[in-house]
Design a protein around this ligand. Structure first.
Ligand code: GDP
Length: 443
């Protein structure tokens, strides 16, 4: 399960609150902190939720909260990670309403047809909010928050309206007694914890409903997963944080990882689990483990990972045929590949998921792409962009990436314009304006 929403609306706080409650409710060891994810077992959820969740009613082991950076990694997990990110929480600050990244997250949820619930966060700041009153959101909200509620309504109904065209609405509706009409809008405060039990209750309901068939995780076969992040780690060189959604990964396993060019075939040197904060003062940040089984997140140290891409598949070879595994990885990458044209703009993005989303947005805006890659804007991207004949295409659009300093210099001398942003449609808008400017100048 993933938590999405606009920056500062409380995603981290909400996850921290759930984790914190889990620690208070259970023994410290009961929740497992993985790389990029936290597993909270059913009995802990049940004790946080009080009477609301009866463990006997569920045949799920618990909830795995994915805390991946950026909501586009979610797309990758959703489409390729199977059961791990089948439901979502969309966090919306009640004072701030729907913001660019909220809309973008909604768009992703809609496109991936993901059941989700809205956590209307920061209710502790709403004037007149009475935490003791067990009232539905619409009775308690006043003036300014009424406006926000209406906005929540409008956007949600718009999405649900669209989804119903695709015959999906019946599944998306979650009838929650006491909450906003048929849509799961749960008022919460990540600060005080109010509403968190209700949120978990609804999430468990959603999980039970949507994950049944997909919960059959094979925990013995060779590992299958997705790269969340590629990171330089002191003493280990380039490492990959992966989420494993099937099978196991062991030290010395041969693995195949999707790379910028060819699939990378390498051997696992170390599997690194983050240590609890308290232990870090005296020891290194990581603990070596011999083996990890699904569903889990782990940092993998191995040679040759420099070209690995966030969002790319990871496969353990073990007793399988290496060529078959390479083929599988190639096939998966091909299914994500962006169609490029002879001429067009250069697109860079932080993960394969966001690259796909960028390509979709540009396709809709009828902007051709000449090259689309995961990674920061580098000098060779400038070379490609500078060869375009049309000045409208001497452009690089970067989503959630940095511009390397030598690329910045080259761009100036080569007359290449670089746009970067953290919101896709803003990036597309900026480009549109730029094109309009050029067209006006030409007239
Ligand atoms: P993120 O960017 O979505 O992960 O947001 P954060 O969790 O970092 O929260 C952004 C800010 O809002 C922080 O200063 C939090 O302390 C604050 N915040 C988050 N949730 C609540 C809440 O329920 N009530 C109040 N009053 N503040 C909150």
């Amino acid at each position: 399960m993933a938590v999405l929403g606009h920056v500062d609306h409380g995603k981290t706080s909400l996850l921290d609150k759930i984790r914190g409650s889990a620690v208070i409710e259970g023994e410290a060891g009961a929740i497992t902190q993985h790389i990029g994810a936290t597993a909270v077992p059913l009995d802990i959820i049940s004790s946080i939720a009080g009477d609301l969740v009866d463990p006997d009613d569920f045949d799920l082991p618990g909830l795995l909260f994915i805390d991946t950076p950026g909501h586009h990694s979610f797309t990758t997990l959703r489409s390729r990670g199977g059961a791990l990110a089948d439901i979502a929480i969309l966090v919306v600050d009640v004072n701030d309403g729907f913001q660019p990244q909220t809309l973008e997250a909604l768009d992703i949820l809609k496109r991936s047809q993901t059941p989700f619930i809205v956590a209307a966060n920061k209710i502790d700041t709403v004037p007149g909010w009475d935490p003791n009153e067990d009232a539905p959101i619409n009775d308690t909200y006043e003036s300014q928050s009424e406006r926000v509620r209406q906005r929540l309504d409008e956007s949600l109904y718009e999405i649900i309206g669209n989804l119903s065209d695709e015959g999906f609405s019946a599944d998306l509706y979650w009838r929650v007694q006491n909450f906003q009409r048929n849509v799961g809008v749960v008022p919460v405060s990540a600060m005080t914890g109010e509403g968190v039990p209700d949120l978990l209750t609804v999430m468990m309901g959603l999980s039970q409903r949507y994950m049944k068939e997909e919960m059959e995780i094979d925990v013995s076969g060779p590992g299958v997963g997705t790269v969340l992040e590629v990171k330089e780690e002191k003493g280990f060189g380039k490492t990959v944080d992966i989420v494993l959604y099937d099978g196991t990964i062991k030290e010395d396993d041969t693995i195949v990882v999707g790379g910028q060019n060819d699939p990378i075939v390498t051997e696992v040197r170390a599997l690194l689990q983050p240590r609890p904060l308290a232990e870090i003062r005296t020891e290194s940040r990581f603990e070596n483990v011999d083996e990890v089984g699904a569903a889990a997140g782990i940092k993998v140290a191995a040679p040759e990972l420099g070209d690995a891409m966030a969002g790319a598949p990871v496969r353990v070879v073990r007793d399988r045929d290496l060529d078959d595994v390479i083929e599988e990885v190639q096939a998966e990458l091909a299914s994500i590949a962006v169609d490029t044209a002879e001429e067009g703009v250069v697109v860079k993005a932080d993960t394969l998921g966001s690259l796909e989303a960028m390509a979709d947005a540009l396709d809709e805006a009828e902007v051709p792409i000449v090259r689309a890659e995961v990674g920061d804007v580098a000098p060779r991207d400038i070379s490609v962009a500078s060869t375009a004949e049309d000045p409208k295409q001497q452009v690089i659009l970067g989503f959630n990436v940095d511009v390397l300093s030598d690329a910045e210099h080259r761009a100036e001398t080569d007359d290449v314009t670089i746009f970067t942003d953290e919101v896709i449609y803003q990036l597309v808008e900026e480009y549109d304006e730029y094109v309009e400017g050029i067209e006006q100048a030409q007239q």
